[in-house]
Design a protein around this ligand. Structure first.
Ligand code: ADP
Ligand code: ASP
Ligand code: MG
Length: 462
């Protein structure tokens, strides 16, 4: 079971989480628990690290540390309610916070923030949360102790900020965590891991879903449960369309497409480890545990729903490369992609018309400048005449395995958008036919999502 940031947002919520997990354990289940940081803490850590490196002001660090200490001390009191245990946990947290303060002050003096130090600083969110949850279990009479991701056995590559687990992690986690399950509930920090040299790494924002799936696969769990503040994976982001409904059953492939195409509900790689052993993944609401939620499974019998969900990626930018010289010149696309890969640009979407006179690309908005610069440098003379960037873009996708071999879906998508006067800038459909994605201007995205959600009847009870 993994609990997200909102689920463990404060001490009262942590208490609720401990009681909830205890209930399932009392019913005869063995549980390993993965936790996020208290909501907002990872963002605050990142912001303060950045401020420290840019302003060098140690007074800002002191203020932040005082707030963070207060927040976590209060959580300890509300979650535990047993003075002996509270004292032990508080002592442990104070040691961690002292280390963090030293690191932030070091960053003030150095005036630099490396990817490695960003991972180190941001690891403290989970490292402060996990001992409180273990303490809350202890106060309920349940044996429990906490582990960092590295202590649990998750060893990764050195790609700070987006590290990948090494194969050996699965046997290591099994060796370290499985034997504990019949005597206690181990509480494992989500999101953080370590590399082979023992240096802290992170699995990317929202990475505690990924941790849960790695641990679940390692111990061959019967199910992996991700507890959040929504009733499951919904037909679209409920913040954009209030009529969004939970999807009862969805396949691994559909869930992966959904998260790749921006549905913030799942970390994009969270399903991969579960697939190894075909472990079902459930998404449930911590605050409404009686609601069944969503179950993500290997194969789903073809359902009547052609389209399961609509997603949106914000903060992307589009640029168009054109020039008559591109026609018939072999290797232009290869050069474009190699250049962008070397510049570290993440490409979200690609489209090339058969006239070959232009290639359109959608990239992360923060990568646009380096992308344009790299392409200009690579094609200094000739072939490419024009590069037109457009910053205010969103990518919308309709996702559903039922679209494969169902004619007319694209017609319905673009017909509905046309009727609603949403201007489509670029279109892409992979040959897997599990999604159709398209770029619209940033202002058109909300309308596009609402229109398609309605067009495919996703707002209707089934
Ligand atoms: P966690 O607490 O586990 O970190 P998240 O915050 O990552 O959970 O995911 C839940 C949030 O994702 C919701 O608050 C919701 O706004 C957003 N969201 C976006 N798209 C979807 C979707 N299709 N289904 C459910 N939630 C979505
Ligand atoms: N705390 C981390 C984040 O905010 C990981 C997570 O919540 O899943 O990104
Ligand atoms: Mg998340």
């Amino acid at each position: 079971m993994k609990f997200g940031g909102t689920s463990v947002g404060d001490g009262i919520r942590i208490r609720h989480v401990a009681e909830l997990a205890k209930k399932y354990r009392d019913e005869g289940n063995e549980i390993a628990l993965v936790t996020s940081a208290l909501s907002g803490v990872t963002d605050a850590l990142l912001k303060n690290a950045k401020d420290a490196s840019e302003t060098g002001k140690t007074s800002g660090v002191k203020e932040f540390i005082a707030d963070l200490t207060k927040q976590h001390h209060k959580a300890v009191k509300d979650a535990i309610g047993n003075s002996g245990i509270e004292e032990k946990v508080t002592h442990h947290l104070d040691q961690r916070i002292e280390e963090l303060e030293k690191a932030l002050i070091g960053i003030c003096y150095l005036g630099e923030l490396t990817p490695r130090s960003i991972d180190y600083i941001s690891s403290y969110g989970e490292r402060l949360a996990a001992p409180i949850i273990a303490g809350s279990f202890n106060s309920l009479g349940v044996n429990s102790c906490s582990f960092t991701g590295g202590e649990a056995g998750i060893i990764t590559t050195d790609e700070y900020g987006n590290a990948k687990p090494l194969e050996g992690s699965y046997s290591l986690v099994k060796e370290r965590i499985e034997p504990l399950l019949n005597e206690c509930i181990p509480v494992i920090c989500g999101f953080i891991a370590q590399n082979e040299a023992g240096i802290i790494t992170t699995l990317g924002r929202g990475g505690s879903d990924f941790t849960a799936s790695i641990v679940g696969a390692a111990i061959k769990a019967n199910e992996i449960w991700l507890w959040k503040e929504v009733d499951g994976i919904m037909t679209t982001d409920p913040n954009i369309v209030p009529e969004a409904r939970p999807i009862p059953v969805i396949s691994y492939i559909e869930a992966m497409e959904l998260s790749y195409f921006g549905a913030k509900v799942l970390h994009p790689r969270a399903i991969e480890p579960a697939i190894r052993h075909g472990i079902p993944v459930r998404v449930k609401n911590t605050f409404h545990p009686e609601v069944p939620g969503t179950i993500v499974v290997k194969d789903q019998k073809l359902s009547a729903d052609i389209v399961k969900a609509v997603t949106v990626i914000k903060n992307v930018a589009l640029f168009n490369i054109s020039g008559a010289g591109m026609v018939g010149t072999i290797g232009v696309a290869a050069r474009v992609f190699t250049t962008l890969a070397n510049a570290g640009v993440n490409i979200v979407m690609i489209s090339q018309g058969s006239s070959e006179a232009n290639i359109s690309l959608v990239v992360d908005a923060s990568h646009l400048d380096k992308a344009v610069k790299a392409i200009k440098a690579e094609f200094k003379n000739g072939i490419i005449k024009e590069i037109t960037p457009d910053r205010n873009i969103s990518v919308v996708a309709v996702v559903g395995a039922g679209m494969a071999n169902t004619p007319g879906v694209a017609g319905r998508v673009f017909g509905a958008l046309g009727k609603a006067k949403v201007n489509v800038i670029m279109i892409s459909q992979g040959s897997s036919q599990h999604n159709i994605s398209f770029a619209v201007s940033g202002d058109g995205a909300k309308k596009a999502v609402s229109v398609l959600h309605k067009e495919f009847g996703l707002d209707q009870a089934k």
